[in-house]
Design a protein around this ligand. Structure first.
Ligand code: UDX
Length: 464
């Protein structure tokens, strides 16, 4: 037996991890791999060729690349707007290479080494049948919140097949602003965003993901108990398998080493020159797209509010634009040194910087956790998937930010930023999020909830 800190693990247990190939999923999976490595486990990362992580940042891990076949649809990728198309495609093309690799590893272990389990992203629902066939425990990493899974589990996706913004009047739902009976925190307009323009694909993907999560050997959550206590109780009843809320993962290891895009660090010296809590940080994550007219509204909102801002605009984030060519005329001249636009930022460092006053976010789960950990209140502009659910929790449950109810629209944008940055309401949000920041730190301390849960997870995996 080897001893690591307070935890004892058997010699040479290997864990095989398989992230979905998207930034918001790769970051938490590689952070989890690092956490488990410090507890004595050997680590193999299986990854797709598409969006492959950089192995040289992880010399202590073994990497195995599998061909997911994206090169065969490479020509179509820019025109595919349905995110679930990729996810469903991956769940078909990864089956054989994933099974072959695992079967080989199990048949031919290195020395005394044994594979304890496989940990896959929850979105790789195909992996449960493979793991069952190989008699290998599969633990799921769910990279979204507990609240998101509860909402997904409650929503009757297939009844909402015809629910689109345009088609609302043709459905039995007459009030777009009304609460959804199955999950009253959400409004019908949130559901329209959750299901995207491809409700059938989204419904199938979520149904398969949840079904296979329920038959897995356990779920690891990138959250902490104090943030989602009541959701955790419900999850324990609805998903009667072990649950391990051990987050936030980035408090153990930063996301920068798994960044797929180079982070522009030059903006940190610009932030150094700004007054405390004066800068509006704007980023819509790694996958969200906006239209040219939405891009214009964002620019006008930032222009009109008159505050310093740091805005992340990924190349091709704006539909039909390579980068900044759709900005309003003379925008950059007008803004001068008051604002900075970058292609990708060192987000955790930006949020931790004393000059950052608020975070205007698409409400991806990693972004929300990173903001909570730095005590930065938020302005939420959710785009799709789990983001509308996360945004409701931020604004209506935790009250640590505002949701731009009317989407990307300049007057609402100015009002939202003003509320958070200048009004008393914003001060109250800042106080509440500062309390959560303290709770995060306590949960990670020896004896805290996330620390205990991690010890339980290590013991659980060691028992296989
Ligand atoms: C996606 C989904 O959109 C999100 O809702 C889901 O919860 C996870 O998968 P993404 O859109 O990329 O993720 O958002 P998010 O979860 O916030 O993850 C983005 C990650 O990229 C964060 O870790 C963030 O720190 C990092 N990032 C973002 C940067 O390093 N630099 C940037 O400029 C912007």
């Amino acid at each position: 037996m080897e001893t690591h800190g307070s935890v004892t693990t058997p010699r040479c247990r290997r864990i095989v991890l398989f992230p979905l190939p998207f930034q918001g999923h790769i970051n938490p999976m590689l952070q989890l791999a690092n956490i488990l490595h410090t507890h004595g486990f050997k680590i193999t990362i299986i990854h797709t060729e598409y969006n492959s992580p950089n192995p040289s940042n992880y010399p202590h891990f073994t990497f195995k690349s599998i061909n997911e076949g994206f090169s065969e649809i490479a020509d179509q990728i820019p025109t595919i707007t349905d995110a679930t198309y990729y996810l469903r495609y991956l769940n078909k093309t990864c089956v054989d290479p994933f099974r072959d690799y695992l079967a080989g590893l199990l048949a031919d272990p290195a020395g005394e080494e044994t594979v304890a389990c496989v940990i896959t992203d929850a979105g790789f629902y195909f992996a449960q049948a493979v793991a069952d066939d190989l008699k290998l425990p599969r633990i799921v990493l769910r990279t979204s919140s507990l609240g998101c899974v509860l909402a997904f589990d409650a929503l009757p996706f297939h009844s909402y097949i015809n629910l689109t913004k345009e088609g609302l009047s043709n459905t039995p739902i007459s009030d777009y602003e009304a609460s959804v009976p199955e999950y009253p925190l959400l409004k019908f307009k949130d559901v329209v965003k959750i299901i995207t323009a491809h409700p059938q694909g989204m419904g199938d993907f979520i149904t398969n993901t949840l079904k296979q999560m329920k038959t897995s050997s356990g779920i690891i959550w990138n959250t902490f108990k104090e943030l989602e206590e009541s959701a955790l109780e419900t999850i324990s009843q609805d998903f009667p398998i072990p649950s391990f809320p051990i987050g936030p993962f980035h408090k153990y290891f930063p996301a920068s080493s798994s960044s797929l895009i180079e982070q522009d660090r030059t903006i940190l010296s610009w932030l150094d020159k700004q007054s405390p809590k004066s800068v509006v940080y704007v980023s819509f994550g790694s996958v969200a797209h906006i239209t040219k007219s939405e891009f214009h509204e964002v620019a006008h909102g930032l222009d009109n509010i008159g505050l310093p801002f740091l805005w992340v605009v990924r190349p091709r984030m704006v539909d039909g634009s390579e980068w900044l060519e759709s900005l309003p005329e003379k925008f950059l001249e007008r803004i001068g040194d008051r604002g900075r636009i970058v292609k990708w930022s060192p987000q955790q460092e930006v949020l931790a910087h004393p000059a950052t006053g608020c975070f205007w976010t698409h409400s991806g789960w990693n972004s929300i956790l990173e903001s909570i950990c730095e005590g930065v209140p938020m302005i939420c502009s959710p785009c799709f998937g789990d983001q509308p659910i996360n945004a409701r929790y931020v604004s209506d449950v935790w009250k640590i930010g505002v949701l731009l109810e009317d989407g990307f629209e300049r007057v609402g944008i100015e009002t939202g930023i003003k509320q958070v940055m200048m009004d008393k309401e914003g001060e109250e949000m800042r106080e509440r999020i500062s309390c959560l920041k303290e709770k995060v730190n306590l949960s990670l301390d020896e004896g805290g909830s996330s620390c205990e849960s991690l010890n339980n997870l290590v013991d659980y995996i060691s028992s296989f």
